[in-house]
Ligand binder design. Structure first.
Ligand code: NBG
Length: 837
C-alpha cells in the first residue's frame, strides 16, 4: 500500500461526504461550514459576497475529486492530450455553470429555499474572468466546456492577466474605459501552484560552443529571466466526471530584489526588475489597437508559450525516456497566431536543451502543432519587426531564419525563378523594415491549418493562404465554430431549456442534433403559445435589466432587434444606425405609418485606440437620446446601448432577442459565434452571406433567414469596378436624408462637426460598403416588419431555427477537431465516491 493510500489521500478512498456528497443535506452543511471556516462568518453577519464564496467553495469541493481522478486516469492511460494554446479565455462566471454541469441545479434550488438565500444576489457577486476580447476568447471557453463534456484529455494553457478586458462605462454617450479589477475580492475557482514555476528568458545574446563530443551547439544567454507560476482552474464537463485543467501563468520576478542595487542605495532600480517581470501578465491587450509599443505583447506571447511547453515536457518525461514521441502524446492547437512563437520555442528546446539534430527536431515540432486562423483582416494578421525580435528573442530569430532558409531552398527547387511566389511564402516580409509573419510561421510549423467557417476556409485557400494551399492542400481543413448549449441555453435561458427537455428529452444538451424533433411542433398552435410566452418572459427580464442599467424603459411586446458584438466598422453597427434614422424620418413624415414597434439594442466594446468605433458608440447613444425622448416616435421606436457587454451581461440578452443582427460586409467576419447564440435561443437572423451565417442559413432554411447584401464575389466586383459611395449617396433620397440628419446636428445638440469623420468617411471612402448594402438592408428590414406581424409565421420560423441548430454546438466542432485534426479519442473518467442521493 502506498504512503498516500495509508494516509487516506488516495482518491479511491471515500472522502468526507460533506465535501463530496451531492445530497441537499450535505451541501447545506458544507455551505454553512464554508461560511464559518473559510469566510469566518455566521449566517447573520455574512455579506452576499461571503455567501457567494461559501457557495463557490461548496461547488468547487464537489469538482476536485473528479479533477484529480481525471488527471490520474489520463496519466495511467498515457492518453494523447490536446493542449489548447490561447492568449485569451473569456470564461464568464463559473458558479452557475458548474452547478449545471454537476447536475445539481434542482438540489441547489431546494437548498437556497431551505436556507432562505437570495440566489440572484449571490450569483451577482461573481466577477467574471474577462481574459479575452471577444469571439476568439469566448470560443476558447466554449471549447474547454465541450472538451470536458466529450471526455477528451485536454489542458488549456494561457495567461492569468491581473486585469482583463476593461469595463465599459457610458458617460455622456461616450465609452469610458475602467480597469477590470476582477481579482480584488479573491478567486475561489483557481488554485495557485507556487511550486509549479518555470523560468522564461528574454533578450541577451546567443553563443556558439562545442559540446562534450565536440558538436557545434548554440546557447542563449538571456539578460532577463522571469518565472511563470501556474494557476489552475478545473473545467468540469456536462454531467460527466471528466474535469479538465485550465492552467494560466502569472509572471513573477526570479528574485524579489536586486540586492546589489539595493545596497548601493538604488532602491527604485532594485525593484525595477520585479516590476518589469510582473508586468508581463499584468494586462490583456485590447485588440484593434495601433501597433506602437506592443513589445510587451510579444513578451506575453512568448512567456505563456515557454511555460506551457516546459510543463508539457515535464509531464511527458514523467513516463517517457525521451521526447522522441512527444508529438504522439500531445497536440498543441494554436488559437490564432498569438502563440505561434511556440514553433520556434519547441525547436529551441529540442535543439539547444535536448540536443536533437535539426531534422528530428523539425519533425517532432511540425507534428506537434496545428493552427487555427481566425481572421482575414490584413491589419489583424500579426507580424513582428525583426529588430524587436532580435532584441527580445535573439535565439528564436536565428531559428526562424534557419527554418525560413531551409523552407525557401525547397521552394526554389519547386518553383524555380518564381521570385514573387517565393517572396510571398517567406516567413519574413521584406520592405523598409523586415517583419516576421506569424501566420506563415504557424503554417510552416504545423501539420494542420484550419479556418473557422466554410466560407472563411475557402477564402483562406484562395486569398491570404493561397500559395500555402497550393503547396500543401492536404494540410487545410475547415472546422466551423460552435458554442456551448450548456451556458447559452440551459444557463442563459432556463425556460427554453425546460421546454426542450420536455419535448426533445433532456439529452438534447449533449446531442443538439436531436432538437430536430422540435420540427413536429412548428405548426402546433398550443406550442406556439408556450413558445411566445417563454420569449416574452425573457424579454421582460431583459427590459428590467435595461431599466436598471440605463434608465430606459422598453416595451417587451415590441420587436427586440439586437446587435451585440465588438464595435468595428466591418461589423457595420453604423448600417444598423442608418436604418434606425430612416425609420425615424418615416414616422416623422407620416404619423399614420403602420410600423411594428421596435426596440433596438446595441452592446459591445470599442478598442480604446479605435476612434471611429468610439464615435459609432456616441452616434448610437445620441440617436437614442433623441428618439427615446421624442413623443412622436417613442411609442414605436426605442434605442438602447446596453453598457459593458461581457459574458455575464450577454446571458440574458440572447434569450430576449427576436431579431439578431449579423450584418458584416461579406468576407470580413471569419465566422461569428453570437449569430449561433441568438439562433439557438429562437431569434431570427438578418444577415449577409458572411462567416457562419452562410451555414446557419443552409441549416435553418433560406425561408427562415432574412438575407440581404452583396456576396463576397459582388463585394470584389464592386471594389474592382471602382466604388464611388457618393454616387449612391446622391441618388438615394432616403439614404441621403439619413446622413444629412446626422450632419444637421440633430443628434449632437446642433454640433454639425461631431459625426463628420463618420459621415465623410461613408460618403467618400466607405471601405465596408455600408452605402452599397443600405438599400437591400432597408428592404429586408421591411420584410422583417411584415413577418413579425404574422405571429404564427414568426413563431414557426423561430421554432425551426432552434430545431435546426444542432450543427452549431461546440460539441460538434470539437468532434470535428478530434476526428480530422487531433486524432484523439475520449477517455471516460469514473469516480467512486460522491453519492447521488
Ligand atoms: C474572431 C473573428 C470571428 C470569429 C472568432 C472565433 C479574431 C482574430 N477573430 O468572426 O473575427 O467568430 O474569431 O473564431 O478575434
Amino acid at each position: 500500500m502506498s504512503a498516500a493510500t495509508k494516509q487516506g489521500f488516495d482518491t479511491e478512498v471515500r472522502h468526507e461526504p460533506i465535501r463530496t456528497s451531492l445530497s441537499v443535506e450535505a451541501m447545506k452543511r458544507a455551505y454553512l461550514d464554508n461560511l464559518f471556516y473559510i469566510q469566518a462568518r455566521s449566517p447573520d453577519t455574512a455579506t452576499d459576497h461571503d455567501r457567494y464564496m461559501a457557495a463557490a467553495f461548496t461547488v468547487r469541493d464537489r469538482m476536485l475529486e473528479r479533477w484529480i481522478k481525471t488527471a490520474q486516469t489520463c496519466k495511467n492511460a498515457r492518453a494523447r492530450t490536446v493542449c489548447y494554446f490561447s492568449a485569451e479565455y473569456l470564461l464568464g462566471p463559473h458558479l452557475q455553470n458548474n452547478i449545471i454541469n454537476l447536475g445539481i441545479a434542482d438540489k441547489v434550488a431546494l437548498l437556497v429555499d431551505e436556507l432562505g438565500l437570495d440566489a440572484e444576489n449571490i450569483i451577482a457577486q461573481e466577477e467574471e474572468p474577462g481574459l479575452g476580447n471577444g469571439g476568439l476568447g469566448r470560443l476558447a471557453a466554449c471549447y474547454l466546456d465541450s472538451l470536458a463534456t466529450l471526455q477528451i484529455p485536454a489542458i488549456g494553457y494561457g495567461i492569468r492577466y491581473e486585469f482583463g478586458i476593461f469595463d465599459q462605462r457610458i458617460e455622456q454617450g461616450w465609452q469610458v474605459e475602467v480597469s477590470d479589477l476582477w481579482l480584488r475580492n479573491g478567486n475561489p475557482w483557481e488554485i495557485a501552484r507556487p511550486k509549479l514555476r518555470f523560468p522564461v528568458g528574454f533578450g541577451g545574446h546567443t553563443e556558439a560552443y562545442a559540446d562534450d563530443q565536440g558538436k557545434p551547439r548554440v546557447r542563449w544567454i538571456p539578460d532577463l529571466v522571469v518565472n511563470g507560476v501556474a494557476h489552475d482552474t478545473p473545467i468540469l464537463g456536462y454531467q460527466v466526471a471528466n474535469t479538465n485543467l485550465l492552467r494560466l501563468w502569472r509572471s513573477e520576478a526570479c528574485t524579489s530584489f536586486d540586492f546589489q542595487a539595493f545596497n548601493s542605495g538604488d532602491y527604485y532600480g532594485a525593484v525595477n526588475a520585479k516590476v518589469i517581470a510582473e508586468n508581463i501578465s499584468k494586462v490583456l491587450y485590447p485588440n484593434d489597437e495601433p501597433d506602437a509599443g506592443k513589445a510587451l505583447r510579444l513578451r506575453q506571447q512568448y512567456f505563456f508559450v515557454a511555460c506551457s511547453l516546459q510543463d508539457m515536457i515535464r509531464l511527458h518525461l514523467e513516463h517517457a525516456p525521451s521526447l522522441d514521441n512527444f508529438h504522439e502524446k500531445f497536440v498543441a492547437q494554436l488559437n490564432d497566431t498569438h502563440p505561434a512563437i511556440a514553433v520556434a520555442e519547441l525547436m529551441r528546446l529540442l535543439l539547444d536543451e535536448y540536443h536533437y539534430a535539426w531534422d528530428r527536431a523539425w519533425g517532432i515540432t511540425r507534428q506537434t502543432f496545428a493552427y487555427t486562423n481566425h481572421t482575414l483582416l490584413p491589419e489583424a494578421l500579426e507580424t513582428w519587426s525583426v529588430d524587436l525580435f532580435r532584441q527580445l528573442l535573439p535565439r528564436h530569430l536565428e531559428i526562424i531564419f534557419e527554418i525560413n532558409r531551409r523552407f525557401l531552398d525547397q521552394m526554389r527547387i519547386r518553383y524555380p525563378f518564381d521570385h514573387e511566389r517565393i517572396a510571398g511564402l517567406s516567413l519574413i516580409a521584406e520592405g523598409a523594415e523586415q517583419r516576421v509573419r506569424m501566420a506563415h510561421l504557424a503554417t510552416v510549423g504545423s501539420f494542420a491549418v484550419n479556418g473557422v467557417a466554410a466560407l472563411h476556409t475557402d477564402l483562406l485557400k484562395t486569398t491570404v493562404m493561397k500559395d500555402f494551399y497550393e503547396l500543401w492542400p492536404e494540410k487545410f481543413h475547415n472546422v466551423t465554430n460552435g458554442v456551448t448549449p450548456r451556458r447559452f441555453v440551459l444557463l442563459s435561458n432556463p425556460a427554453l431549456g425546460e421546454l426542450l427537455n420536455r419535448v426533445a428529452g433532456p439529452s438534447w444538451a449533449r446531442d443538439m442534433a436531436s432538437l430536430r424533433s422540435l420540427e413536429t411542433y412548428a405548426e402546433d398552435a398550443g406550442f406556439h403559445e408556450e413558445w411566445q410566452s417563454m420569449k416574452i418572459t425573457a424579454k421582460r427580464r431583459l427590459a428590467k435589466l435595461i431599466s436598471q442599467r440605463t434608465n430606459i424603459q422598453v416595451d417587451p411586446r415590441s420587436l427586440f432587434d439586437i446587435q451585440v458584438k465588438r464595435i468595428h466598422e466591418y461589423k457595420r453597427q453604423h448600417l444598423n444606425a442608418l436604418h434606425i434614422i430612416t425609420l425615424y424620418e418615416h414616422i416623422k413624415n407620416n404619423a399614420q405609418l403602420d410600423i411594428t414597434p421596435r426596440t433596438f439594442i446595441f452592446g459591445g466594446k470599442a478598442a480604446p485606440g479605435y476612434a471611429m468605433a468610439k464615435l459609432m458608440i456616441k452616434l448610437i447613444t445620441s440617436i437614442g437620446d433623441v428618439i427615446n425622448h421624442d413623443p412622436q416616435v417613442r411609442d414605436v421606436l426605442r434605442v438602447v446601448f446596453y453598457p459593458d457587454f461581457n459574458v455575464k451581461h450577454a446571458q440574458p440578452v440572447y434569450p430576449a432577442a427576436d431579431l439578431s443582427e449579423q450584418i458584416s460586409m461579406a468576407g470580413k467576419e471569419a465566422s461569428g459565434t453570437g449569430n449561433m447564440k441568438f439562433s439557438m435561443n429562437g431569434a431570427l437572423t438578418i444577415g449577409t452571406l458572411d462567416g457562419a451565417n452562410v451555414e446557419i442559413r443552409d441549416e435553418v432554411g433560406p425561408e427562415n433567414f432574412f438575407l440581404f447584401g452583396l456576396t463576397v464575389d459582388e463585394v470584389g466586383q464592386t471594389l474592382n469596378a471602382g466604388y464611388h459611395p457618393w454616387e449612391i449617396y446622391n441618388s438615394n433620397d432616403q439614404l441621403r436624408g439619413a446622413i444629412e440628419l446626422i450632419d444637421s446636428g440633430l443628434f449632437s445638440h446642433g454640433d454639425t462637426d461631431l459625426f463628420r469623420p463618420l459621415t465623410e468617411n461613408l460618403i467618400h471612402h466607405d471601405p465596408y460598403l455600408v452605402l452599397a448594402d443600405y438599400p437591400s438592408y432597408v428592404d429586408c428590414q421591411a420584410d422583417v416588419d411584415t413577418a413579425f406581424k404574422d405571429r404564427p409565421r414568426w413563431n414557426r420560423m423561430s421554432i425551426l431555427n432552434v430545431a435546426r441548430m444542432g450543427k452549431f454546438s461546440s460539441d460538434r466542432s470539437i468532434k470535428d477537431y478530434c476526428d480530422t485534426i487531433w486524432k484523439i479519442r475520449p477517455t471516460p473518467v469514473h469516480i467512486c465516491s460522491g453519492d447521488d442521493t
